[in-house]
Design a protein around this ligand. Structure first.
Ligand code: FAD
Length: 691
């Protein structure tokens, strides 16, 4: 048994090394595209291209840098909030810094009267976010080599004071591993941590409250350690917004939602990536639920005219626009509707402030294309909005709500208000809020990822998307939360099918995009490569568990295996566990499973679980248990095991069931069963694509 464990440890170490090596390769290809960076920076402050953070801080007179490792923008958003608060409450001279834009070899020279803050999201299976890969490898290296022999107290980072907050999800095995590991490495190098490292949990839905609960004691500890005096927070704009009455929205230098210069100046050019989307034609769009209440879309996006490529299991990112209904609501409540087409320029007031969208632009374009105005309004935002309230009573009420967690839950979050809906609830216009406040305080509108539901072997140039349209009514609220992206896609589908009113929910999306550049059913996209992959040898058996829209990547996997079979390859056992509510409502891709099942013959098996057809609720986990014998046998033959879909419950339940199956069928303890599954994960034999 000892040998077994040792074997596993060695194997795990080897495989982790390999995975790290290959993921770095992928990230490198995606992120290090110099063109991408120059595009991204096209509109941002040009000041200081230096990768030397100390030089940058010195030049700009900063004594606090907030580094962020961010994938979807939340960590970046928290970083700006910390920077702003540090400045307005404690007079710190703060800046934020994208970890990928700086070198770290001189961190041993970090001045001891300065502060470094690390806001780090953990991505996927305990990985760093794309922009933090290099930093993570550097700081965690066996033999970190700093350029100078700086430091203090005999430690390389002995002069660095730091604070850390992590963003994670407890449904993943490596919960918050980025912040945990980075603080471990920083401590090992002698850096002085101030306060506890915070951990936010997206899995429990408490990220925001975790952040708020962490930051107050952190500020107290920091004020103490750095002798800072708190003052009344006053709003200091980070951006200067200047109206340009001499310019017109028709001018061809004005951005009306174009994501970058390249798009403004003409037909978009590749390479396409996270900074530069491809305006892709949607060639097919259908609804695949029979259910009248809910919508599920199948879309085919044509990439043949681009240099984009994908492999089965990758993700496609869709760049949404906000609905006209929410854009109007937002502009109306802040009394700017009459000015919506006014041209503005946005400039960082100091060299380190990065303008999050290109300018000159218009108020409306900034709101429609660049701000996450539909997201739930945060408690901190409510608190800081109080100072701009239309009258004293509202100001006091706002302050109360902003400071009281329970009151906030009652008055705001249970109602699922976005910022404009919340402001509207006071029945008054809010015309004292500077526009820069919104640019700083509202999250940048993010592309949404979808697991590609086609096979690149079967259809190299056409990417399929399977998306359930988000439409959520909830108790305590009279409005229905309409997902930004999925309702935009639904409207595009309606338009493609010639609907007289291409907007089933009256959301009024600007479907033809800025300057009608998206006319003719186009959507901006880019591709993100993933590690969720079929075994390279098709003869290997695979077991897939994908309820609901979690079946998306498995549609691609099964299509791929059917194609391989048609090409005469030896294809191993291919089992799919699929679950939905009712066979007649949301059993998606039924005909295709039948078709591919015929192509694959006996090697394909589809096992269904319908939760609302019978008396008892049957889920994929139950079916998995019923098939314990076969599942275990296949795993012993080194079958790959895949799970996709709901991260909060299903993925964890499936993992638990699998541990149970292994322990029961192999006559080993539960703990040993868990170890085996852990080993499978590390060896990439167990892969998850969950959200
Ligand atoms: P959003 O507007 O982003 O809303 C999302 C959720 O946020 C809502 O459901 C609601 O719970 C909450 N919310 C929004 N506004 C408010 C508010 N005002 N108050 C309170 N709560 C609010 N989805 C698929 O359907 N198919 C896939 O194949 C797929 N693959 C994915 C792969 C990856 C790697 C990831 C990360 C996600 C994937 N998703 C997939 C999910 C997808 O990216 C989107 O999150 C989903 O489609 C919803 O997007 P949306 O813009 O329509 O909704």
């Amino acid at each position: 048994a000892q040998l077994d464990t040792l074997d596993i440890i060695v194997l795990v170490a080897l495989l982790l090394g390999t995975v790290a090596y290959f993921t770095k390769g992928t990230y490198w290809a995606v992120q290090k595209d110099p063109y991408a960076t120059s595009l991204a920076n096209g509109s941002a402050s040009k000041a200081g291209k230096s990768r030397n953070i100390l030089e940058k801080m010195q030049e700009t007179g900063k004594n606090c840098v907030v580094f962020y490792g961010s994938q979807t923008g939340t960590a970046e958003d928290y970083a700006s909030r910390i920077a702003k608060e540090g400045s307005s409450r404690f007079g710190l001279k703060t800046m934020t810094a994208d970890l990928e834009e700086y070198d770290y070899e001189n961190l041993d020279q970090f001045p001891d009267d300065c502060l470094a803050v690390f806001v780090l999201a953990t991505y996927g299976e305990g990985e760093p976010t794309d922009n933090a890969v290099e930093f993570y490898e550097f700081i965690g290296g066996e033999d970190v080599s700093f350029s100078e022999k700086g430091g203090a107290d005999g430690e390389p980072l002995g002069s660095m004071k730091y604070v850390a907050f992590g963003l994670g999800n407890n449904t993943y095995e490596h919960y918050n591993s980025m912040v945990r590991n980075v603080t471990k490495y920083l401590d090992r190098l002698g850096a002085k941590r101030i306060g506890e490292a915070g951990e936010g949990d997206d899995g429990a839905g408490t990220m925001e409250e975790d952040f708020l609960a962490w930051k107050e004691p952190m500020w107290t500890a920091l004020a103490d350690a750095m002798n800072l005096e708190e003052r009344e927070a006053i709003y200091e704009p980070v951006f200067e917004v200047t109206e340009k009455p001499e310019m017109s929205a028709e001018d061809d230098t004005v951005y009306l939602g174009e994501p970058n210069k390249n798009h403004l100046e003409g037909a978009s050019k590749g390479p396409y990536n996270a900074h530069n989307p491809y305006i892709a034609p949607i060639t097919e769009s259908t609804e695949i639920f029979q259910d009248k209440e809910r919508n599920c879309l199948h879309l085919e996006v044509d990439i043949s005219e681009s240099n984009l490529s994908y492999t089965t299991g990758d993700h496609i990112a869709v760049w949404p626009t906000n609905s006209g209904r929410e854009v109007d609501r937002f502009l109306r409540i802040i009394n700017m509707q009459d000015k919506k087409d006014t041209v503005i320029t946005v400039k960082g007031l100091d060299a380190t402030a990065k303008v999050p969208f290109p300018s000159p632009t218009t108020y409306e374009a900034a709101v429609r294309y660049h701000m996450e105005i539909g997201a739930p309004v945060s408690r901190q935002m409510v608190d800081s909005l109080a100072q701009f309230a239309p009258n004293e009573d509202i100001k006091n009420e706002m302050s109360r709500i902003g400071k009281d967690k329970d009151l906030f839950a009652e008055k705001v979050s249970s109602k699922r208000f976005n910022i404009a809906q919340f402001l509207e609830s006071f029945g008054q216009k809010w015309d004292k809020i500077p526009f820069s406040f919104f640019i700083e305080g509202i999250h940048k509108l993010q592309p949404r990822y979808y697991s590609i539901s086609s096979s690149s072997l079967a259809q190299k140039k056409k990417i399929a998307i399977t998306a359930v349209v988000t439409s959520e009514a909830s108790e305590g609220s009279d409005h229905v939360v309409k997902g930004v992206t999925t309702n935009y896609l639904l409207a595009l589908k309606e338009k493609q099918h010639g609907a007289a009113n291409p907007d089933p929910h009256g959301l009024e999306y600007a479907l033809t995009g800025p300057r009608n550049k998206y006319d003719g059913i186009h959507v901006p996209v880019h591709v993100r490569h993933s590690n969720f992959k079929l075994p390279s040898d098709p003869a290997k058996p695979i077991i897939m568990v994908g309820p609901g829209s979690g079946v998306a990547p498995f549609r691609g996997f099964v299509q791929e295996r059917a194609e391989q079979k048609k090409k005469g390859e030896n294809v191993g056992k291919t089992i799919l566990f699929f679950g939905c509510r009712k066979e007649k409502e949301d059993f998606i891709y039924r005909e295709q499973w039948e078709q591919w099942g015929e192509d694959l013959g006996d090697s394909f098996e589809l096992i269904t679980a319908f939760s609302r057809d019978g008396v008892n609720k049957v889920y994929v986990q139950h079916r998995l248990k019923e098939k314990a014998e076969e599942v275990n046998k296949l795993l012993e033959q080194k079958a790959y095991f895949y799970v996709c879909g709901d991260a909060a419950n299903m993925a964890r339940d499936v993992s638990d069931v699998l541990c149970g199956i292994i322990s029961e069928k192999r006559g080993v303890s539960k703990q040993k069963g868990e170890e085996i599954v852990k080993g499978m994960r590390a060896a990439n034999q167990y892969q998850e694509d969950v959200w």
